[in-house]
Design a protein around this ligand. Structure first.
Ligand SMILES: [Zn+2]
Length: 167
């Protein structure tokens, strides 16, 4: 079986990094528009959305429910907006991204729970680490074993991608 991979065009990678730095120390969130070819995904554009975590859910007794520093909420209305934007460009939503301010780019248990209702089996969960306000490493994850765990996929930045290529 071919290993799943995600390739970002440089402008999309830069947009994710910029968004993550702009919302620091809160988490940013957005969708990834591109093309899906089997287990390979190409991200052509980042579609930033607002982190609409509304603070109505307290996850543990000492949890600050209004904090957006370690959680995000992807609103279905934003998902639809992104879907329309993707269709208009002949693209599809191939994943989503969010940032981890001052934390490693590995999914949290909270991420796993929140990811359950989102996307299909190839849907990428990209995490952009931010250290002291500066964008750091990027990882991408697939939800596997019926949502029981995340598995890392290969992430690449396209150096020279011919965007005029049909298809
Ligand atoms: Zn997370």
């Amino acid at each position: 079986m071919k290993r799943a991979s995600l390739t970002l065009v440089p402008s999309a990678a830069a947009a994710i990094a910029a968004h993550a730095e702009a919302t620091y120390p809160d988490e940013c969130v957005g969708l990834l528009l591109g093309r899906l070819e089997g287990t390979r995904k190409l991200v052509v554009e980042a579609f930033p959305v607002e982190n609409r975590w509304n603070g109505q859910v307290q996850l543990s007794p000492n949890d600050d429910p209004t904090s957006r520093r370690d959680r995000f909420y992807l609103d279905p209305r934003d998902y639809l907006r992104a879907d329309r934007a993707a269709m208009a460009r002949g693209l599809e939503i191939v994943g989503c991204y969010h940032s981890h301010p001052d934390a490693p780019a590995t999914p949290s248990e909270r991420d796993r729970v929140g990811a359950q209702a989102i996307g299909g089996s190839a849907f990428a969960f990209v995490i952009q680490a931010v250290r002291q306000g500066h964008a750091a490493e990027v990882t991408s994850w697939l939800l596997v074993d019926s949502g029981a765990r995340f598995e890392a996929e290969v992430v690449a930045i396209a150096d020279d991608l011919n965007e005029s290529e049909p298809g």
